[in-house]
Ligand binder design. Structure first.
Ligand SMILES: Cc1ncc(COP(=O)(O)O)c(C=O)c1O
Length: 373
């Protein structure tokens, strides 16, 4: 009898938390356009505003500071292009939706653990007088490495810069607080914290500038034109409420890493020397390509991803591991395991067992080493 699938790829997307599906179907059934003045419209508006309050509470913001978007990508694009600052500095390990919107962004390097180089940030900011926007993520999607956002803010402020933080992988997995961090802009995505895909938010401090070139209606206080995705937003709110109650702990991740390193002592946990999210492990299996690992574990009913899964679904080069100075041959063996709100101790034992069997079968195979060389 085949076993139930085991999903350990929460950084790609996290299954819906309890209550989210119900909140969404209720909203779909009720219908209504939040801009309409009649009862149906007012009900839809109430759902949107309830969700806005819950999302704001998750990140210590005011409801009026939350702008709903179609996801993390749109939130990042809006922040990177909407502050009015033409000079933009981004860290080398950002998601493509931060790296790509501004063609001429300056890159802040990271160290071997994947932590942003603060001295380099200071030097870059001092090199030109033009006020800048600095964008540094809260936590990395591949390694889980946390960035020193408070320090980034201190340095940026001293140079008169605005600060954006992509917290798509942080919110719901660690405590994220707009005002506590001191950033001006924070990006969120519902599906990374147990909400639906296709909805997210840019959280903008009340006193921070934001101009958008999107033309249309006056929704989201004229900051994001387009009829709101009411069901998606309702699901986002329900997930945010759950996420606020249950921030993930590190015990399962620590147990997993200790067991995998005992099986393969030469395996490397990338970013292990830095503060990391409690749910993410990016680990090499010596001698076995990430592609082989993902496929073999999939046959065992376990969903994980390669350290460098790209949007096409193929295994591409990891720019994150490259920026950390990891050799391409080693990066090609990196597996990303990301736990979530529904992961149990039994799930971890099942993965350890499958990893052990795979490593015993194909680990250190000369064939792969020859191919990687
Ligand atoms: C760090 C980070 N930022 C932004 C995004 C994009 O979010 P969305 O899928 O909601 O567009 C992702 C998605 O993988 C991410 O990991």
């Amino acid at each position: 009898m085949s076993r139930a699938p085991l999903y350990l790829d929460h950084n790609a997307t996290s299954p819906l938390r309890p209550g989210v599906f119900e909140a969404m179907t209720e909203a779909l059934r009720a219908g209504g356009n939040p801009s309409s003045v009649h009862r149906a419209g007012r009900d839809a508006r109430a759902r949107v505003e309830l969700a806005r309050g819950l999302v704001a509470r998750l990140v210590g913001a005011l409801p009026s500071e939350v702008i709903f978007t179609s996801g993390g990508t749109e939130a990042n694009n809006l922040a990177l292009t909407g502050t009015g600052r033409r000079r933009v500095l981004v860290s080398a390990v950002e998601h493509d939706s931060v790296l790509k919107p501004v063609a001429h962004s300056e890159i802040i390097p990271v160290d071997r653990e994947g932590v942003v180089d603060l001295a380099a940030l200071e030097r870059l900011l001092a090199a030109a007088p033009e006020p800048a926007l600095v964008s540094v993520m809260f936590a990395n999607n591949e390694t889980g490495v946390l960035q020193p956002i408070a320090e980034v803010v201190r340095i940026a402020r001293a140079a008169g810069a605005l600060v954006h933080c992509d917290a798509v992988q942080g919110a719901g997995k660690a405590a994220v607080d707009l005002h506590g961090l001191g950033v001006d802009y924070l990006s969120l995505s519902a599906h990374k914290l147990g909400g639906p895909t296709g909805v997210g938010a840019l959280v903008v401090r009340s006193d921070a500038p934001l101009v958008t070139d999107r033309r249309g209606g006056g929704q989201e206080s004229y900051r994001r034109a387009g009829t709101e995705n009411v069901a998606g937003i309702a699901g986002f709110g329900a997930a945010a409420e759950q996420a606020a109650l249950r921030l993930e702990a590190t015990e399962l991740r620590d147990r997993l890493e200790a067991a995998l390193l005992a099986i393969a002592p030469t395996a490397v946990v990338f970013g292990a020397g830095a503060a990391r999210l409690g749910n993410t492990t990016c680990i090499s299996m010596p001698g076995v390509s990430a592609e082989t690992q993902v496929m073999a574990l999939d046959l065992d009913g376990i969903c994980v991803s390669s350290g460098s899964a790209c949007s096409s679904g193929k295994v591409g080069k990891s720019t994150v591991l490259e920026a950390m100075g990891v050799a391409p041959s080693e990066a090609a063996t990196a597996l990303r395991i990301s736990l979530g709100w529904d992961t149990t101790a039994g799930d971890i034992e099942r993965l350890i067992d499958a990893w052990q069997r795979l490593y015993t079968r194909v680990g250190n195979s000369d064939m792969f080493r020859a191919r990687a060389a």
